[in-house]
Write a protein that binds this ligand. Sequence first.
Ligand SMILES: Cc1ncc(C[n+]2csc(CCOP(=O)(O)OP(=O)(O)O)c2C)c(N)n1
Ligand SMILES: [Mg+2]
Length: 558
Amino acid sequence: MPRMTGKRAFIELLKQEGVEFIFGNPGTTELPLMDALAAEGELRFVLGLHEGAVLSMADGYAQASGKLAAANLHVTPGLGNAMGMLYDAEKAGAPILVTAGQHEQGFNVSEPILWGDLPPLARPLVKWSAEVPQLAELPRMVHRAAKTALAPPTGPVFLSLPGDILNAEGDIDLGAPTRVAPRLRGDRDAIERAAALLAAAERPLIMAGNSVSQSGAHPELIELAELIAAPVYGESVPSTAAFPASHPLFRGTIARLGPSLRKALSDFDLLVSVGGDLFTLSLPSGVEPLPPGLKIVHLDSDPWELGKNHATEVAILCDPKPTLPELVAATEARMSADAKARARARLKAMKETVAAERAALKARAKAAAGNVPINPLALMAAIAELLPADAVVVDETISSGAGLRQLLKSDDAQSYYGNRGGGIGWGLPAAIGVKLALPARPVVALIGDGSAMYSCQALWTAAHYRLGVVFVIVNNRSYRILKQRVNALKGVAAQRDIYVGMDLVEPAIDFVGLARSLGLAAARAETLAQVAPLLEKALASGEPSLVDIVVDGAFKPV
Ligand SMILES: Cc1ncc(C[n+]2csc(CCOP(=O)(O)OP(=O)(O)O)c2C)c(N)n1
Ligand SMILES: [Mg+2]
């Protein structure tokens, strides 16, 4: 058994687990680890200037690489700062080993500065949370944490690392990683029952969620959609490109308010969710989103999601990739020649419907292309048009991004990342992690002005490590979505036309100045004609840069 310190062992264990980057922000309790990193050549430390930003960088990296990310935070206040972004990482199922330094165990009795009991703090947002009690247990606990983060359903885990453990020296058996094989095939009998429902459905729809992208099951899902002639919707707040945007059956992201969701679903007799979220709504409405009689077949890698809110005819715990072909074969075998002919006719009609919807969306964007200030839809269409096919978009556009997935060429599973959790401030640092995971692809972050201000420190990280992300600020000088929503309440704010705490003016935020102060090239666009040249220049430079785009802040329904 090699003799080594806990801090060295921790680094060796991370490397065994395939970790390439430690995203972190150090303090006194992290000094043992920072000391050991001084002698480390392989594992790269990425400095973030706020723990929330650190966590979202790790999240973006973990999601885009599918590998384990490591995020090392400062003790209690550092972990506290990261909690909002840990929530987002948990909702996206990002496999992250989150660690925080802790004071020496004996010293904690006196309650030193910054001390707090860390595992209970992290526990509600992670799959496993613990403190390492002695050096000999460090390898077992790191391996268990890594295995747990990467086992489906993937997600973050937390370990507290006391200083005495990191500084201790001993003969350490480093052990070895375990991986839970992810290709879980669904129950055969349940697949047959699902196939019977699919074969009999006259108006099926498919909702695709992030386990489709995670398992790389686009081709398998396309086969199913084409066989049963179902339009495919992305879940209401998508974290990934769960279906290729340019496929003629892709109908965009489904609604996330009860009444509009109910309206969208009322055209159908069978809902087939493949990893799709049923349903995370953003406001109570009193309207039950599920119309009566709509049957559900749900495939998911997370048993908690199956039948969570709605009675589900057939619930199959599985990985979509190996299971969908079995479902396709079983469904096809049960479809009569007549049913197949009806499906073919439906497929043609549905493709026409989808094409007409897209054309209408593009026409609306085109009609508004000359507006000043820039119309948000016209901006999204223009950006989608100019981005190269291999671009990766990180989307935190909030109120400005309607139709974005239909407009973008987001065809492969790594082409789009969105904020499923909804804690804002995620996108700007997440884009940095995505770029580290996919260095050869252009990465463009589309970020609301309000959202950008929660984590703008991350711009410095992009500049420091020269990560050529293009940050686009969709600047409406407001929390526009909140204005839209409070206006819709038709209460005092709407009557008086007063929106407290939702305007980002006086002073206006100078994003160009902010970005330059943190080391990025930056420019501002006020008309749509200025957008394409600025973005093309930013993309061509390969350097981190920011384009501040002034968009219309109008928020009242017309
Ligand atoms: C951490 C966190 N704090 C606050 C909120 C509430 N919130 C949701 S959207 C929003 C405003 C977003 O503003 P911006 O990014 O400019 O997008 P816009 O609404 O203008 O399109 C706020 C404050 C949140 N979701 N998460
Ligand atoms: Mg805004």
